[in-house]
Structure formats: C-alpha cells, structure tokens
Design a protein around this ligand. Sequence first.
Ligand code: BGC
Length: 267
Amino acid sequence: MSDLISLAGQSAIVTGASSGIGAATALELARAGADVAVNFHGSEDAAEDVAARIRALGRNAVTVKANVSVEHDVVSLFDTAEAALGPIDIVVSNAGLQKDAAIADMTIEDWNAVIALNLTGGFLVGREAVRRFRKKGMRPNVSRALGKLIFDSSVHQRIPWAFHANYAASKGGLHLLMQSLAQEVACERIRVNAVAPGAIATKINAEERDDNEEGMLKLIPYGRIGEAADIGRAVAWIASDAADYMVGETLFIDGGMSLYPEFRGNG
Ligand code: BGC
C-alpha cells in the first residue's frame, strides 16, 4: 500500500498554489514524493514560500506566474513546468475565485470573472494536461496511469447557493466538464477526477467565517471547519496508484456538509 501511495519520480502542476487549498495540495504532493510546479497569479512571495517548503522536503519546485483563464498563459505554464521538472504526470486544476452578489446586483463582470477562472480555466488546464500526457507517453515505472488530472470543485457543484449564483454555476459546469473529459480519455489511461471541498479555512471564506462561523458550523455535522491539508491529502491519494481505479468521480470532503444536515432535526 505505501508503495501505491508514493508519488516518487512524478512531477505535478498545481494551479493557484500560492495559498489555501492549492498551497496545501502542492505540499502534500511533495510529501508523497512528487516535484511540483507552483502556479500563482497574485503574490510571487507567497508562491516562493510554498516552493521553499517543498524544497525543504527534499523535492524540486518551481514557481510559475500564469493567469489560467488565458490560453497562452496556460501553454507557457506547462512549458515552464516541463522545462524545470520534466514531463508532467499530475495536474491539479485548483485556481478559483468567488464574487458574491444577490442576483439582481450581480454585474456581468462578476459573472464573467468567475466563469472565466473557475470553468474556462478548468477547460484550458484540462485540455493542456491531456495534450501533454499524450506527448509524455506511459511511464510504467512511476504510475499505472498515463496521467492524473484532478479538479478542485466544491460542495456547490451539488448544493445550490443563493447569492453565489455565478460560483455555483461555475462549479456545476466543472462537474460535467470533469465527467465528460473523464469519459473521453479514460481509454488512454488518463484518470480525470475531482474533489469537492466544503467549508475549508482559507482566504476565500475568511469574511464568511468572521461574520458567521457559528452558522457555518451548523451546516457541518462533523463540527469543525476543514483545513486545507484535509483536501491536499485527498488529492495526493487520488493522484496515486492507490486510487488507480477511480475515474470520473468526485470525492466530497466536507465534514458531512452535503448530507443535508438540517434533516437531522432534533432526533
Ligand atoms: C466556498 C466557500 C464556502 C464553502 C461551503 C466553498 O466552495 O468557496 O466560501 O465556505 O464552499 O459553503
């Protein structure tokens, strides 16, 4: 089993890896033995910090600036990552954002920005991953799969979210993008899957936690807000041969948020 979980000899790209779930995922992949390209768009210092922590684990790391909603940025992200780390075995499409508004107040800019990064970004990164996996070819000494592509989705690919219609729509779209892609390329031994995090303590929901942590906890049967590493560890497992038969699946990691906790009532 420990051999199956190892990512030794493999290289990964994680998008949006300078903070939050992306950063934790980059670190967990490194802990499992992978070299990692840390994509960022905002703070280079934060990305360098993640890279330094990966190097401290004895793995190779490179930081790459790219806006994953821009076609040529995605191509050069892969070029730079491959030049530094060699052929890429694992791609984690994580970069995403929220721009919350009541529907009557939601601007076209808010709508477009969220769809562009969360959904179109997933398409661009997924498409490039498939192209590069094909070019790389099988490496039976490192993995049973030709490549592993993992999307960071959300419980809101399933749970409707008032006042967040753009975000929920982007994650719902990502769900069928993931499944359609998985169906298309599974015959080439490319495994496409997703994780669906619940409320994880990161910048994206810092305000929500400040304003209403108690209310959030009521929606989490397990009784705690998640940590980014809860998701990173699951992604590392999905990327490994221990999950080699997992194809087109979404792993909900949400402390039970998607179990309709209101139905528990008073027992
Ligand atoms: C959102 C967070 C939210 C969580 C649970 C995530 O996808 O990004 O802001 O706390 O879902 O609702």
